[in-house]
Design a protein around this ligand. Structure first.
Ligand SMILES: [Zn+2]
Length: 102
């Protein structure tokens, strides 16, 4: 199994997006992650033993990344479809984690 990482930043369609790990996102907002399309920031809850695993935090990162991808490509309705975003994020996460190379 590949050990995926959450980056500090990335660029999508010329936009520099910062990824911030937050200690109290669950407590403050009852969220594992969120996107700020105006500030170009993705926030992810840091893993919490017994509550949120590292793998779940990484999967949340892909979820938020997909929100950004749909938003920046003009698929606003799709960006707001939580169920679809989550399912695709889970598939991408699983494909990357389980990928084997020669
Ligand atoms: Zn979402």
């Amino acid at each position: 199994m590949a050990r995926l990482r959450i980056p500090k930043s990335l660029r999508l369609m010329g936009h520099d997006i910062e990824v911030v790990m937050v200690d109290d996102l669950i407590e403050e907002c009852e969220l594992l992650g969120d996107c700020d399309f105006y500030e170009n920031v993705i926030r992810i809850q840091t893993p919490i033993p017994g509550i949120l695993t590292r793998s779940q935090a990484v999967q949340t990162y892909y979820h938020e990344l997909l929100h950004f991808a749909f938003h920046l490509t003009g698929y606003e309705k799709e960006s707001q479809d939580e169920q679809m975003v989550d399912r695709i994020a889970q598939l991408i996460h699983q494909a990357l984690v389980s990928a084997k190379y020669k």
